[in-house]
Design a protein around this ligand. Structure first.
Ligand SMILES: Nc1ncnc2c1ncn2[C@@H]1O[C@H](COP(=O)(O)OP(=O)(O)OP(=O)(O)O)[C@@H](O)[C@H]1O
Ligand SMILES: CC(=O)N[C@H]1[C@@H]2OC[C@@H](O2)[C@@H](O)[C@@H]1O[C@H](C)C(=O)O
Length: 432
């Protein structure tokens, strides 16, 4: 090649994640070039591989605080690594192989820094769940809470599906355990996607909110891309995304349904606004960012409290779903109005909740004159953005570029995210 002929050097990377909905492994095969402002990606393939039903049930049980032995934990860890490795193999079918994997793994426990009290609790019920969780953890050395210099307890976040096994099974160098380095220096270890959002979705003149609605919701506010825009980014977990809705749908349909497709069921009801106001009084919604949360708070026990409240208002099933949907929408908008330096000029939705048309409509109503689109509409897959993000975070780790945004996680500085597991050969076959 002539020395003046520039070719963009690109790296083929696989991103893997299963989120708090535990609905399956999102896999993205991505061609990445550039680094930050010149970062470019092409999504070559994206697919979701459902968990085997028994494994999903075990993960949900562990996540809900059911006590298990360390041997069972090890089995689940390996089972998750195996299905993640298989997902990595499957997503490459028909493509040139990837040279790097970024695997988020499966979160089964997330404790923000500062201790449970600062998280805000739903009431006595939530403490009950927390109590069971302590039993599980107290069986291991994880019970100790290391303290930072100012004695604030550090956070703790556990993602299963160990990277070393994924690297061994696929023969592809794998970066995993992305959250621990940020947490070790005092950050929340979440949300991590905002730095990727900044480089993929910022705009020269427009302030944007990138709103993920997964099991949990999180937002990245990205100001117009000039001056010290990067340090002005704000991001946090907004609260429940679909977690309470999914649990309610499963309960109300006696297990026949797992989610409210397109929000149709909720759309046939009417939100109970006094109840939404009451629920919005909960501590978490008033905690200033940086903040993060999970199913530890917005999970089964929380839903049971909501069900009791709904009974007092004699809500039928559709009204209850409309009210829970309204809680998601209202908590998102409430957090923008309370914590953002200014309202965004555009909101870009991603995650499964962006498919919930009723939820999208409610957001539009609560954000008059602010266009609400999905990231698909500006060319970035709303379904696979998180998987793409972990491919990019692995790529940055490989290049020695930090992945966290201190204004998002609350960490005192930028750090390299993820542990690198090298591998030389593959021991599992591609599946047709
Ligand atoms: N067509 C649809 N209509 C309504 N809701 C949908 C639709 N498709 C997906 N969802 C919702 O999106 C959820 C899954 O979203 P997603 O995969 O983004 O979550 P996650 O990545 O597991 O969570 P998190 O981002 O918190 O880690 C489903 O559980 C369901 O509630
Ligand atoms: C501990 C954990 O897995 N947190 C998730 C979860 O799901 C949504 C929200 O809570 C977010 O902060 C985070 O995930 C995304 C991928 C993130 O780190 O940006």
């Amino acid at each position: 090649m002539h020395p003046t002929e520039e070719t963009a050097v690109s790296t083929r990377v696989i991103g893997l994640i299963s989120g708090t909905s535990v609905d399956g492994i999102d896999a993205a095969l991505v061609e990445i070039s550039g680094t930050e402002l010149d970062l470019k990606i092409e999504l070559l393939a994206g697919a979701t591989y459902p968990y085997p039903a028994q494994l999903r049930e075990k993960i949900l049980a562990v996540g809900a605080g059911v006590a298990i032995s360390m041997a069972e934990l090890a089995e689940i860890d390996d089972a998750i690594a195996q299905v993640f490795a298989q997902a990595a193999q499957n997503i490459q079918l028909g493509h040139q192989p990837a040279t790097l994997i970024g695997s988020h793994g499966q979160t089964v426990y997330h404790r923000p820094p500062g201790g449970a009290g600062e998280q805000g609790s739903r009431g006595a019920g939530e403490q009950g769940e927390q109590g069971r969780r302590e039993i599980l953890i107290s069986n291991s050395s994880l019970a100790q809470r290391p303290a930072t210099a100012n004695s604030t307890p550090l956070g703790y976040s556990l993602q299963l599906g160990r990277g070393a096994l994924i690297a061994h099974l696929t023969g592809i160098t794998t970066v995993s355990n992305f959250r621990v380095a940020d947490i070790a220096i005092g950050g929340h270890g979440a949300p991590l996607v905002p730095r990727v959002d900044a480089y993929l979705l910022s705009h020269p003149e427009e302030g944007r909110c990138i709103q993920n609605i997964g099991g949990i919701g999180n937002v990245a506010y990205i100001p117009p891309r000039h001056g010290d825009w990067l340090s002005k980014i704000r991001a946090w977990d907004t609260g429940p995304g679909n977690s309470l809705l999914d649990l309610a749908v499963e309960h109300l349909s006696a297990g026949a349904k797992t989610y409210d497709e397109n929000g149709n069921w909720a759309a046939s009801g009417t939100p109970c606004h006094p109840l939404v106001e009451q629920w919005l009084n909960q501590d978490y919604f008033h905690l200033p960012p940086p903040k993060s949360t999970g199913r530890e708070l917005f999970g089964v026990t929380y839903l049971h409290e909501c069900l009791k409240d709904a009974q007092a208002y004699q809500l039928n099933a559709a009204d209850l779903l409309a009210t829970l949907t309204e809680l998601t929408a209202a908590s998102i908008v409430h957090s923008y109005r309370t914590f953002l330096p200014e309202m965004p000029q555009r909101v870009l939705l991603c995650g499964g909740g962006s498919r919930n048309l009723y939820l999208k409509r409610r957001l539009e109503l609560l954000l008059p004159s602010i266009p609400v689109l999905t990231t698909d509409e500006i060319g970035l897959s709303a379904d696979f953005k998180e998987a793409i993000a972990f491919a990019i975070l692995a790529y940055w780790r490989h290049l020695g570029i930090p992945g966290n945004l201190p204004t998002a996680t609350g960490a005192p500085q930028e750090v390299l995210l993820g542990e690198i597991h090298q591998s030389q050969y593959s021991v599992i076959r591609h599946e047709q």
